[in-house]
Design a protein around this ligand. Structure first.
Ligand code: BG6
Length: 478
């Protein structure tokens, strides 16, 4: 279904995110017919480029980072006709009046800040000062949303000087992932799971976001952040919220975000014995973390594993184990809900213990597997075996699911529709920092150094021990 006509201004339009994700994503929406004929995209950046030059850059970006199944010959030219460019000085006066001439009255107006947070305030202020934005306009801001609680509060305060909360779209692209939204469909669209979704039946929950990439060219940014700020405070926290929250009354922005906020506020502070930091080593042919960043003695973590508790009626006593890292064995993101043992085995001790595990795979090969226990086939008596009830979303849903929109595509269309459900509210971001800050401060005050781990492994041994001590084990990263 096409969205309403819009004018989308992308600040930082020549940057990496715009080239890799935003512009190719908009092209795919155009090909699929969702972007209306009279939508306009206006690139804005410092570079003194003209519209032709920008269109060439967009054409290259779409070729490199993907058209889609519906992108037929000739559509790229039609898409490019909808694109303009203005050189704008974010901190000065230059270019703003010219940018304004591109905007049409009565059209949905969105401004995407694909720039560092240091520029958010200047952009917001100028949008108002030069009369480009009004009370109906929307602004989209990228992560990192601050560095800690104080900086996040300051950013919120600056943005709110110029825009209302319902005009601010804070992106966490994990919320735009198909399977992440499926989490809510699985929980709240089925009768089967929700009655068991609590401490009485769930032994523990594991959330893993494992990556094979290193920090490569992003060392400058990453070394100041580390896995805790880069992944846990936002992406893993959002997954935790969706898996743990109470059923919202409606699938509407504030209903959902109120419930997520309650989860973050119910998180206990993490005991430092329950958290492991790691940093990948060099191996024979590849440099280690410290060669990717400027500081050869960096103690920034590229891996974190931790055990958390949510102190509320539903989850008291059920641990949530989170882990994420770079340079691990496989790119595999999964949420696993591990149910408790049956209260009594009628098959006797020789049948062993078996547990149901619901695994939700976020990427790659999005899908769900429910491990169930059955009788081992054959005449050998009542021996039990675990088998997977496996569902790959792509296979189950057929061709319709072949081209799942990328997270960014979906989120940008939601901005145009004015739907904030999959965006973070200011208080959520602040609550997440309020939980994260003491963990990082603890590392600093104890002078803690991350444990080295081998590239291609599952992280440091201490992370395995974190679960072994509790008589549990991580699921394989495959
Ligand atoms: C980004 C982080 O937000 O998410 C990156 O800054 C990380 O460090 C990326 O690699 C992971 O996203 P995805 O969609 O590839 O899982």
């Amino acid at each position: 279904i096409p969205v309403d006509p819009f004018d989308l201004v992308i600040f930082g339009a020549t940057g990496d995110l715009a080239r890799r994700k935003i512009l190719p994503g908009l092209f795919r929406r155009f090909c699929s017919g969702q972007m209306p004929e009279d939508a306009r995209i206006i690139g804005a950046a410092r570079s003194d480029m003209d519209t032709e030059g920008f269109r060439r850059m967009v054409a290259e970006a779409t070729r490199e980072f993907g058209g889609g199944r519906h992108c037929e010959d000739g559509t790229l030219e039609q898409f490019l006709e909808r694109i303009d460019y203005e050189a704008v000085d974010a901190m000065g006066e230059g270019g703003w009046e010219a940018l304004k001439t591109h905007l049409r009255p009565g059209t949905v107006r969105a401004f995407y800040f694909s720039v560092g947070p240091a520029l958010f305030g200047a952009l917001a202020e100028r949008l108002r000062h030069f009369g480009l934005a009004d009370d109906e306009s929307r602004v989209v801001v990228e992560k990192p949303f601050g560095h800690d609680l104080d900086s996040a509060k300051a950013l919120n305060a600056t943005l709110r000087q110029h825009f209302h909360e319902d005009q601010i779209y804070r992106i966490d692209h994990y919320l735009g992932k198909e399977t992440v939204q499926n989490l809510m469909a699985v929980r709240f669209g089925n009768m089967l799971f929700e009655p068991l979704w609590n401490a009485q039946y769930v032994d523990h929950i594991q959330i893993t976001v494992a990556e094979t990439v290193d920090v490569g060219g992003r060392g400058g940014y990453y070394d100041k952040s580390g896995a805790m700020r880069d992944m846990v405070q936002n992406h893993l926290m959002q997954l935790l919220c969706l898996i743990a929250m109470e059923p919202p009354a409606r699938f509407e922005p504030d209903s959902v975000r109120d419930e997520k906020l309650k989860v973050i506020r119910a998180l206990d502070p993490v005991d430092y014995h329950h958290i492991v930091r790691g940093q990948y080593d060099a191996d024979d042919d590849q440099p280690g973390y410290r060669a990717h960043v400027e500081n050869p003695r960096s103690t920034t973590e590229s891996f974190v594993a931790m055990k958390c508790h949510i102190s509320n009626w539903r989850w008291a006593g059920t641990p949530f184990y989170l882990r994420t890292g770079k340079k691990l064995r496989a790119r595999a993101s999964e949420i696993a809900v591990v149910f408790k043992d049956a209260p009594h085995s009628i098959f006797g001790p020789e049948a062993g213990t078996h547990r149901n595990v619901l695994s939700i795979r976020l990427q790659p090969n999005e899908g769900m597997t429910l491990g169930v226990t059955i009788k081992e086939p054959g005449p050998g008596g009542m021996r039990l075996v675990d088998v997977p009830l496996d569902m790959s979303f792509a296979e189950a849903l057929g061709p319709e699911a072949e081209e799942v929109p990328d997270a960014y595509e979906r989120l940008i269309m939601d901005v145009i529709r004015g739907n904030q459900t999959l965006f973070m509210r200011g208080d959520e971001v602040e609550a997440a920092w309020a939980w994260t800050d003491p963990i990082i401060a603890g590392w600093q005050s104890r002078g803690e150094v991350p444990k080295p781990y081998d590239p291609g492994s599952a992280g440091p041994d201490d992370a395995l021990m974190l679960m072994h001590r509790d008589g549990r084990r991580w699921r394989d990263i495959r």
